[in-house]
Design a protein around this ligand. Structure first.
Ligand SMILES: NC(=O)c1ccc[n+]([C@@H]2O[C@H](COP(=O)([O-])OP(=O)(O)OC[C@H]3O[C@@H](n4cnc5c(N)ncnc54)[C@H](O)[C@@H]3O)[C@@H](O)[C@H]2O)c1
Length: 324
């Protein structure tokens, strides 16, 4: 199967590599900045173009991968679906829940597979926590505390810093954790949020959410774009019989390991996990296209995640909890 990638910077680079690792040929690289498209097309021996809509319509393509700023996702999902392509779309699915619904309807009408990259479901540490919780290792879960933060990203044309485009840390980043909470603990009941960036541009963002899930579990989620540098993820899940903790600073995803069996005896920077979670999501997506797998995340899950962040931002504006 051949892939057209739209958006060839931050996540575009990752997805070009992951699709290639899965044995796919990424043959079209579309970016409105032709220099960026050309650089990556050269690396993967593909074709560089500027027009993402034209990439969707190519007859020599089976899959369209979308890694552009969030407000552009809907138009590319619709164009790809209308052209009969399967779609890999980065999270957040779309900028609003109503756009997500439009995207789902377009994929359904065209009978194509629409996958949204909620990659935290594929992070091995997070999946291990889910498995242990489900196995009753901490008894009845009562409280979850999640933290995700890093520096305020720029992105092309500083789009992350424009609330209208990115939705700030709550919409763009915390969405990972809100999706994971629903994945593990079921539907949310109500949400309360305090955030710095919820209507306008500020030089950094910090957001705190408290949720009650229908199961009775209470969760606190913190998202920050206020770090001077770096990125950190923490989790603490407390139950009647114990507690699970994870801190990416103590178990960093980028570790040094010595490759003694397969290569020269020197230290290589690599991940302590065998396969990148970004590759695992591609494997799931491809298995779904081939009808050999049911994907871990559905477009409906991605819509619910957007509805959760929309409710959070409504709460931040009104200062009141919002029922979901
Ligand atoms: N899953 C994750 O871990 C993760 C991490 C970061 C970002 N993201 C998401 O991935 C998406 C892309 O983020 P990014 O960090 O790669 O952004 P980015 O700004 O680094 O890259 C976006 C690229 O898209 C290009 N582009 C913009 N509009 C375009 C258009 N209309 N047509 C063609 N090209 C266009 C830009 O020139 C740029 O090269 C966003 O939805 C973001 O929220 C996901």
């Amino acid at each position: 199967m051949k892939v057209a990638l739209i958006g060839c910077s931050g996540m575009g680079n990752v997805h070009a590599q992951m699709a290639t690792n899965c044995g796919l040929k990424v043959s079209v690289f579309a970016d409105k900045n032709i220099k960026i498209a050309k650089a990556i097309a050269k690396q993967y021996k593909g074709e560089a173009i500027t027009d993402g809509m034209a990439a969707c319509e190519r007859t020599d393509i089976d899959i369209v991968a979308i890694a552009t700023p969030t407000p552009t996702h809907l138009m590319f999902v619709k164009a790809a679906a209308n052209a009969g392509k399967h779609i890999f779309c980065e999270k957040p699915f779309c900028r609003t829940a109503s756009e997500c619904k439009e995207a789902i309807a377009a994929a359904k009408k065209a009978k194509v597979k629409l996958f949204v990259g909620h990659v935290v479901r594929y992070f091995q540490e997070f999946e291990a926590m889910k498995t242990q919780i489900a196995a009753g290792k901490i008894g009845e879960p009562g409280f979850a505390k999640l933290y995700r933060g890093g520096l305020l990203p720029m992105g092309s044309e500083s789009w992350f810093r424009d609330f209208e485009k990115s939705g700030g840390v709550t919409f763009d980043c915390m969405i990972h954790d809100l999706d994971w909470l629903r994945y593990v603990f079921g539907e949310p009941e109500r949400i309360f949020c305090q955030a710095l960036m919820y209507t306008k541009r500020v030089p950094f963002d910090y957001s705190q959410v408290t949720l009650r899930m229908k199961s009775g579990l209470i969760a606190t989620v913190i998202g920050t774009w206020a770090h001077p540098h770096g990125f950190q993820v923490k989790a603490e899940i407390c139950g009647s019989g114990g507690m699970i903790q994870f801190n990416s600073n103590e178990a960093p995803m980028a570790a040094m390991k010595r490759e003694v069996k397969t290569g020269p005896d020197w230290a290589l920077p690599s991940s302590p996990v065998d396969i990148s979670p970004y590759q695992l999501e591609w494997e799931d997506f491809i298995g779904w296209i081939r009808d050999t797998r049911t994907p871990r995340v559905t477009a409906h899950d991605a819509l619910r995640a957007v509805q959760m962040v929309e409710a959070a931002l409504q709460s931040a504006k009104t200062g009141r909890p919002v029922a979901l």
